[in-house]
Structure formats: structure tokens, C-alpha cells
Design a protein around this ligand. Structure first.
Ligand SMILES: [Zn+2]
Length: 255
């Protein structure tokens, strides 16, 4: 049976998402920005929280863990390399590990850069990926603890997933990301189309995610650092992709 998801906003612009396995009833929260909206989503769906899958240690992804664990006695899975920074962990995981959630199974990808131990969860059978603050729609996370080279390698790892993978990210930043991306690739027709669709979705109060990897490969400048027109836009024609990525990321930081 295919997995089901429920997406909702938390805090100011964080996304919370529940992943539900109809075969067993298992339900995971991907990150826990705050407990109340997650409780509300559980009540609305009638699902029972069995797991929390954490992508990284930042407070806007972990603040709800203690209260949820206290109430639901759920298992908390978190990145091995950030275990010292996250409370209430039951299981730590790293690159290549499997996480079983009911009858669903995820492969763990280490995607450092935003934080040093950030991980993403890929469910191959359902082609679902939860990428936290590594990749956003039409954008990517700030490189806070790692290096641009490290972040570029993490993005390549995600880019290698199947094109029809549905991506869930940690924040609703898509409209601002489109405004920036259009300064990098003003002539990218797919990006212009995406920007128009995003304006419409936001206007209707609708989320802009999930997105698909195939779509992101066409519109997201941070996944396109090895495309000659992107290199040219930051005056780095012929430079290596990691260097181009660093320049585009630096420009976005100042945007
Ligand atoms: Zn973060």
C-alpha cells in the first residue's frame, strides 16, 4: 500500500509533515518544529504517532520532540553525527542505514553542509525524499556548519535520486527563492513557469511543496551549478561546479 502524507505549516515558515503507513498504522513526523500543529494533524487524520525522523539539530526542527515523545512514547531517530546536540534520541543513523517505519523502509543519505551532520530520508518504494534544510524548492539551505564543496556534494547525492521522487523540504521559501533564481537564470523558461505557478499557489494559500526532483533539476539554480549558463551568470565560465555553487550561494546570502 502506498504511503500517505499530511503536510502543514509550523512556526512561521517551517513545514511539518506526517508520513503514514496504511498497512500497519505506523506514522512518523519528519522533524518536530513544534508539538501543537503536529498534534492537530494527528487529530485531523486519526493517525497515531509512532516515530519521529529528525533531519538535523536546529531548534526549529527539534523543539517539539520532548512533548511528543512524552505523550506518544514514539521512537526518535536522528543523525548519528548530531547525537550530542539532540535530546531524547532512541536510534542514531548515518549514510546507507535503513530506517524501518511499519512496512515502509527509508535509506539514509548523509547530506551535510547546512549542519555538519544533516541527513535526508529516501523511501525508494514510494519515491519520497525528506531533505530537511539541505534542498528547498528552487533553493537550498544556508551553508552554516559545512563548506560549499560539502553542500554541493550533498545536493549531487539528492540529484542522483529518480526524477519522479517527491521532495519534502523544511521551509516554505519558494517565492523568495524564485525571485533570486530569476536573477541567475532570467531566460530559463521552466523557471519562469514555476515562478508564475508559485505566485498563484501562495495567493491561494496553498503549499508549493512537494516538488519533484525532475522539476527542481530544471529550475533550481543550486542543482544547476554545472550548467554553463549558470556559471556564466556569476562570471565563472569554465570553473568547477563547486566553485560556481559557492558563488551562487554567496550571492543568495546577500540577496
Ligand atoms: Zn536548519
Amino acid at each position: 500500500m502506498p504511503a500517505e502524507t499530511k503536510l502543514f505549516l509550523c512556526l512561521k515558515d517551517n513545514y511539518g509533515v506526517l508520513l503514514h503507513d496504511p498497512a500497519t498504522g505506523a506514522t512518523a513526523a519528519i522533524d518536530a518544529p513544534e508539538a501543537a500543529p503536529i498534534e492537530k494533524a494527528l487529530a485531523a487524520t486519526g493517525w497515531k504517532l509512532t516515530d519521529i525522523l529528525v533531519t538535523h539539530h536546529h531548534g526549529d526542527h527539534t523543539a517539539g520532540i520532548a512533548a511528543l515523545k512524552d505523550k506518544h512514547h514514539c521512537r526518535v531517530v536522528a543523525p548519528r553525527n548530531e547525537a550530542s546536540k539532540i535530546a531524547n534520541i532512541d536510534e542514531t543513523v548515518g549514510e546507507g542505514d535503513s530506517v524501518t517505519m511499519g512496512s515502509l523502509s527509508a535509506r539514509v543519505l548523509e547530506t551535510p553542509g547546512h549542519t555538519a551532520g544533516h541527513i535526508s530520508y529516501f523511501f525508494p518504494a514510494d519515491k519520497l525524499a525528506f531533505v530537511g534544510d539541505t534542498l528547498f524548492s528552487v533553493g537550498c539551505g544556508r551553508v552554516i556548519e559545512g563548506t560549499p564543496e560539502m553542500m554541493w556534494q550533498s545536493l549531487l547525492k539528492i540529484r542522483n535520486l529518480p526524477d519522479d521522487t517527491r521532495l519534502y523540504c523544511g521551509h516554505e521559501y519558494t517565492a523568495a527563492n524564485c525571485r533570486f533564481a530569476l536573477t541567475v537564470e532570467p531566460d530559463n523558461a521552466a523557471l519562469r513557469k514555476r515562478a508564475t505557478a508559485v505566485t498563484q499557489l501562495i495567493g491561494q494559500g496553498e503549499p508549493t511543496i512537494p516538488t519533484t526532483l525532475g522539476e527542481e533539476k530544471a529550475v533550481n539554480p543550486f542543482l544547476r551549478a554545472d550548467v554553463p549558463s549558470v556559471a556564466a551568470s556569476v562570471d565563472l565560465t569554465g570553473a568547477g561546479a563547486a566553485k560556481v555553487f559557492a558563488a551562487v550561494r554567496g550571492r543568495k546570502d546577500r540577496f
